[in-house]
Design a protein around this ligand. Sequence first.
Ligand code: GLN
Length: 202
Amino acid sequence: MPSPTIGVFALQGDVREHLRMLTDLGVDALAVRRPAELAACDGLVLPGGESTTMAKLARTFDLFEPLHDRIASGMPTFGTCAGMILLADRIEDGSPGQETFGGLDITVRRNAFGRQVDSFEGNLDFVGLDDPVHAIFIRAPWVEEVGPGVEILAEVPAGEAAGRIVAVRHGHLMATSFHPEVGADARIHRIFVDLVSQTRAR
Ligand code: GLN
């Protein structure tokens, strides 16, 4: 089978880093700004950025409903940071009226790690990977609550936020609070690419 086409939502956010990582993994990576581009995708990445702006731009560019519908009907989707917020069914500390595409049965808390500590990094264990991941958090959300069937892939190991959930998977949907597209470690993207390939093979 030819390599899958994976889109990166590209109206706002750290699009380039995801495109590069996917390309390095041998995937046809595509910046998605229009419904026709979305239609060409077997899977999609929702990058980090500003979740309220991303949702508003999706409305403006007629991508909101198509995205919601593709996610709801089984397109593998990977959200990082703001992308995790956009996949979540419920938000705490969102802006008034903040919309998400939804699909992932979790509650996320936006900017959860506090305003003084805007960003930090650390190593954490990730289900399915032998060695820890170096995780970079930038004004990140955490997962406050997961619905039944949602698998927890990673938690903060130590410090004030110890035990907070920062990576999850449920069926075709995956999300991390941190930014696996930064740096050279492609293992988490590899997990997502495999998920897209398995979904296509069915
Ligand atoms: N704080 C941002 C938001 O709420 C997310 C930050 C990020 O994606 N790095 O949308």
